[in-house]
Design a protein around this ligand. Structure first.
Ligand SMILES: [Ca+2]
Ligand SMILES: [Ca+2]
Length: 182
């Protein structure tokens, strides 16, 4: 009788352990699911005007270029560029060498954002100067940009992308066009 009671007890104990284990797995699964899919923390995205080589259009990228190239995120009625976290800015995933706040250009009326591939023309840009709104001007190594874009031919028209973080937490994205020159 004693051993039967013992068996019953150990059976109950085993079942309890299995139930606890299943419950724990269920909790873990819930935790990992909610960690993988954070529905409330997806940041909003702000599309901004970008001007590579302000004052110039088309924007040349010289294959033998060794100097720096300037890339401006242009201020607008909606965008105060001082609200951009400067250390977060990347051009084709490259960090800028230095940056400054200065009014250098007016946004191009037709963003290249909506076009891609063969539809992008080298003159989808503007050479218009200051417009009274401050811009964030960033300097990048031309040599590093060329390495980042890979192999090119003279006359190739490329769209380069800029990303950054707004101090509100929003993701900033923009782009401009360059033409490969020798
Ligand atoms: Ca330009
Ligand atoms: Ca401006």
């Amino acid at each position: 009788m004693k051993s039967q009671v013992g068996m019953k007890k150990s059976l109950v104990l085993s079942l309890t352990l299995i139930i606890v284990a299943i419950a724990a797995l269920g909790i873990l699964e819930t935790v990992s699911w909610s960690a993988s899919y954070p529905t409330s923390s997806v940041p909003p995205t702000i599309i901004v005007p970008v001007d590579i080589e302000p004052g110039y259009c088309p924007n040349p990228l010289n294959v033998y270029g060794r100097g720096d190239i300037s890339v401006a995120i242009l201020g607008t009625e909606e965008l105060d560029v001082t609200e951009i976290a400067r250390d977060s800015v990347r051009l084709q995933e490259l960090a800028p060498l230095r940056s400054e706040i200065r009014d250098v250009a007016k946004p191009f009326s037709l963003y290249t954002w909506q076009v891609s591939g063969d539809k992008v023309k080298e003159d989808y840009c503007t050479n218009e100067g200051p417009d009274g709104k401050l811009d964030l001007v960033l300097y990048f190594s031309q040599e590093d940009i060329l390495k980042a874009v890979g192999s090119t031919r003279t006359g190739d028209v490329l769209v380069l992308g800029v990303t950054a973080r707004h101090k509100s937490g929003a993701l900033i994205v923009g782009q401009d066009v360059v033409v490969i020159k020798k």
